[in-house]
Design a protein around this ligand. Structure first.
Ligand code: PEP
Ligand code: MG
Length: 875
């Protein structure tokens, strides 16, 4: 039998969401449980996908829609275009995941001049009939033919002005008839042909428009932000109209069974008398609170309350409903699990458990981990935010809300913040030198760079808001100014950033601090019961580590030691090391750093309270550490007893054409083993010292060697580390267990993981570099062309933010299989940015990682995502 593309509401149910979309599945479910639903049919999401494949609605689907219409006519006893008893319908989109306001809706379809006359006469309600027609022309023109709404709104405003009225409902039947004529004339002027009279032609136009709206720009952005694949498609629901604009005893509204902002258990919502759905959304009139329906139509209110309770008990979740009242009769047009704030999500989940409606496991599954972000960072005052237009949009690289005065250098950020100013640091891109300025800023905005750029990674680690890769900015760093959307911004000008959406706003939007309620802890405790993977953090300072532990981290999965070398007290010594001519000079410089580095590690071990700590040895190319300012170069020359020219020559010699594939990672330890030796001493001495002072912590450090690509190369460095570590332990006369592992960041390491694993106690997947090396995309520059990839549907997601499970994931699976074969005790983690992304975490769970490691503020997200992954996997 051929595929079924069209289902009557009576043929579906709630479990058919993938095929019927959320709206279609729930209309069917409400029909099944006997609620008052105007009947109709759903055209499946597969029909939408087929439409995109064929570039048209093919004959088979057309035939099934025709059959659907015939059946609908039988059920309703009405006929399309009939002059006795005409059928009018709404046509609405409905994807698998709800995408509020992203796609299109057409109401009152099936009308033409003749039909309007008939229904006006037959019902004796001419005003209603005329109102429906003018609405239909307006919506059809806008949605199907893309003639802008504004032309029609201008005509309505003109008419109201001429009649001396302020409200649409004050227009008479005659006025509305005249408006419909004006609308049709406007349509002809814009499109060049008459407005279609044939209801079937109207219907097919509307169905196509809904399919098309799946690919409109706002839907595309929403899908990318919410992990909804294009391939899901949208369903189309064709439903008999119920008329909220029938009379003053009619109306339409939306309601939630609980407060979507706070989660409080009370009916929330609003309605408008004598109106249709779009009036509520469009704000044409101010709606009344739902509680007022009790006074206007008490028996309808009572029935509605009952329906709400039936729906909540049925779906075991907070419902968001649309309804229409026609002549005091209630019709349900939609129900869905309501969108809610993170705070409300936690409260609703806990309340539902307490009310016996759901189990803790179901509570864990019902919260979107990404939502937790907003609980941990400051957010904008929602009222002000709503009224503020978005100036520009780039990558939401690190969540939070930031508002402050623009500064252009890290030094200014530090200086201005020290005198109490709130600043936003705007840079072409950030570099490790900027770290202190970044710490002082409320937020960071960069012109270049993707989700794993320096700015993004460091900001996430610090929990600071960051928007990266804003290519719309024309930057003039030298003169401390930039232009964005035609406006020039100078030092001190106010700007606001939303690090979750990537939105940039002109001026200051007030922010509200994060508050974490008791429900957060309850949900997290349940999540911890179900998850099997551990969650560690990427942290380089005791402060960040302590924050992460407070948020539930079970140790450190990645300490990027290079960040420590930028601290003011040691950068000079490090630069001395870089500029040294002899081994002796280098060792002297490293000797100065050793005690400081040891202190760093002692701090981390203590902050982690006995949880494992993985310390990664120096990774970036050395040129990142050398001074760029003339002043600093002169200082260095003086301390090195060299000329400025000599220092500049050294700096030049460090230049590489491809630094990310250059002299970095363990290659530094191959050429300068003394660096690895110093770091090993610092780790081992710190562990011995902390264990002595706090034996209960029982620290056994994990040393991680970055960027291995070859087993012999890794063995060379590992042997150096082990020799020094064992010597230190022997000299101290203590017992200390430690591990030496490596990062898997280079495809060759994954492909030869059996050999690599012979010299590694653990693998930690550095998926930032692994993605970079697998795709051959520069992690700092890919943002420049990835938008073109999204527009052309080559990519739906940024592979630096969401793990490429097909390619990079395959390498990970190969590495795990080969690695475990030769070293069954090998333990496995991930510390690339993907370790904090829910869908990537689900994949990590599937392929058998022992832990994910992410920035401190993502730890709760990872805990919840890991729990959901474990629950789904056992299902
Ligand atoms: C990685 O490459 O994924 C990683 C964690 O290392 P870094 O981001 O420091 O290169
Ligand atoms: Mg790396």
């Amino acid at each position: 039998m051929s595929k079924k593309y069209v289902y009557l509401f009576s043929e579906g149910n709630a479990s058919m969401r993938e095929l019927l979309g959320g709206k279609g599945a729930n209309l069917a479910e409400m029909t099944n449980i006997g609620l008052p639903v105007p009947q109709g049919f759903t055209i499946t999401t597969e029909a939408c996908t087929q439409y995109y494949e064929d570039g048209k609605i093919n004959d088979e689907i057309m035939n099934q829609i025709e059959e659907g219409i015939v059946k609908m006519e039988e059920i309703t006893g009405k006929k399309f275009g009939d002059l006795e008893n005409p059928l009018l319908v709404s046509v609405r989109s409905g994807a698998r995941a709800s995408m509020p306001g992203m796609m299109d809706t057409i109401l009152n379809l099936g009308l033409n001049e003749e039909v309007v006359e008939v229904i006006a006469k037959k019902t004796g309600n001419e005003r209603w009939a005329r109102d429906c027609y003018r609405r239909f022309i307006q919506m059809y023109s806008d949605v199907v033919m893309e003639v802008g709404k504004k032309y029609f709104e201008a005509l309505i405003d003109k008419m109201k002005e001429e009649r001396g009225v302020t409200q649409d409902i004050e227009l008479t039947a005659g006025d509305l008839k005249e408006l419909a004529d004006q609308f049709k004339a406007e349509y002809k002027a814009k499109i060049g042909v008459d407005f279609p009279d044939d209801p079937k032609e109207q219907l097919y136009g509307a169905i196509k428009a809904v399919f098309r709206s799946w690919d409109n720009p706002r839907a595309n952005v929403y899908r990318r932000d919410n992990d909804i694949p294009f391939s899901w498609g949208t369903a189309v629901n064709v439903q008999e109209m119920a008329f909220g604009n029938w009379s003053d005893e009619s109306g339409t509204g939306v309601a939630f069974t609980r407060d979507p902002a706070t989660g409080e258990k009370k009916l929330m919502g609003e309605f408008l008398i004598n109106a249709q759905g779009e009036d509520v959304v469009a704000g044409v009139r101010t709606p009344q609170p739902i509680s007022a329906l009790k006074d206007v139509m008490p028996e309808v209110f009572e029935q509605f309350e009952k329906v709400c309770s039936i729906l909540e008990n049925h779906y075991h979740d907070m419902q968001d409903m649309e309804f229409t009242i026609q002549d005091r009769k209630l019709y349900m047009l939609q129900t869905r699990n309501g969108k809610r704030t993170a705070k409300a999500a936690l409260k609703v989940a806990c309340d539902l458990v307490d009310e016996g409606m759901i189990t803790p496991k179901e509570a864990v599954l019902m919260i979107d981990p990404r939502n937790l972000d907003t609980l941990l960072h400051p957010t904008f005052d929602q009222k002000v935010l709503k009224e503020t237009p978005v100036l520009s949009k780039a990558l939401g690289a690190s969540p939070g809300a930031a508002a402050g005065k623009i500064v252009f250098t890290a030094e200014d950020a530090k200086e201005w913040a020290a005198r109490g100013e709130k600043v936003v640091l705007v840079r072409l891109e950030t570099s490790p030198e900027d770290i202190e300025g970044m710490k002082s800023a409320q937020g960071i905005l960069t012109v270049r760079g993707g989700m794993t750029s320096h700015a993004a990674v460091v900001a996430r680690g610090m929990g600071t808001c960051c928007v990266s890769g804003c290519g719309d900015i024309t930057m003039d760093e030298e003169n401390k100014r930039f232009t964005l959307k035609g406006k020039e911004y100078r030092e001190g000008d106010p700007i606001s950033l939303d690090g979750s959406t990537g939105n940039i706003y002109d001026g200051i939007i007030p922010t509200v601090d994060a508050t974490i309620g008791g429900e957060f802890g309850r949900i997290m405790a349940w999540a911890d019961e179900y998850r099997t993977m551990n969650v560690r953090t990427n942290a380089d300072t005791p402060k960040d580590a302590a924050k992460a532990i407070e948020l539930g981290a079970q140790g450190i999965g990645l300490c990027r030691t290079e960040h420590m070398f930028f601290e003011a007290d040691r950068i000079a010594a490090f630069r001395e090391m870089i500029c040294a001519d002899t081994l002796e000079e280098r060792e002297n410089a490293l000797d100065k750093i050793l005690p400081m580095q040891q202190k760093d590690f002692e701090g981390l071990f203590k902050a982690c309270k006995g949880y494992p700590v993985t310390i990664r040895f120096l990774d970036p190319p050395l040129h990142e550490f050398v001074p760029t300012e003339e002043e600093d170069i002169a200082l260095l020359a003086e301390s090195q007893r060299k000329t400025v020219e000599q220092i500049k020559a050294i700096i030049d010699s460090l230049h590489e054409f491809n630094p990310m594939m250059g002299h970095r990672g363990l290659r530094l330890a191959v050429t300068y083993p003394e660096i690895a030796k110093m770091q090993t001493r610092a780790v081992i001495r710190a562990a011995i010292k902390v264990n002595k002072e706090n034996p209960e912590l029982n620290i056994s450090p994990e040393i991680m060697i970055p960027l291995a690509g070859d087993a012999t190369e890794l063995k060379y460095v590992k042997d150096i580390v082990v020799a020094v570590a064992d010597e230190e332990i022997k000299n101290a006369g203590v017992k200390l267990d430690y591990e030496v592992g490596t990062m898997i960041e280079i495809p060759r390491a994954a492909l030869t993981a059996d050999d690599i694993a012979k010299n590694a106690d653990f693998f930690c997947f550095g998926t930032n570099d692994l993605t970079q090396m697998t795709y051959g995309f520069s992690r700092d520059d890919a943002g420049k062309f990835l938008n073109a990839y999204y527009d052309r549907k080559i990519f739906e997601q940024d592979p630096f933010a969401k793990l490429d499970q097909i390619g990079v994931g395959k390498l990970m699976k190969i590495a795990i299989q080969l690695g475990k074969e030769s070293n069954p005790n090998l333990h496995l983690g991930i510390c690339g940015e993907h370790g904090g992304d829910p869908t990537s975490i689900e994949f990590c769970n599937k392929i058998g990682l022992d832990y994910v490691s992410c920035s401190p503020y993502r730890v709760p997200i990872a805990r919840l995502a890991a729990a959901q992954a474990a629950i789904k996997q056992t299902k």
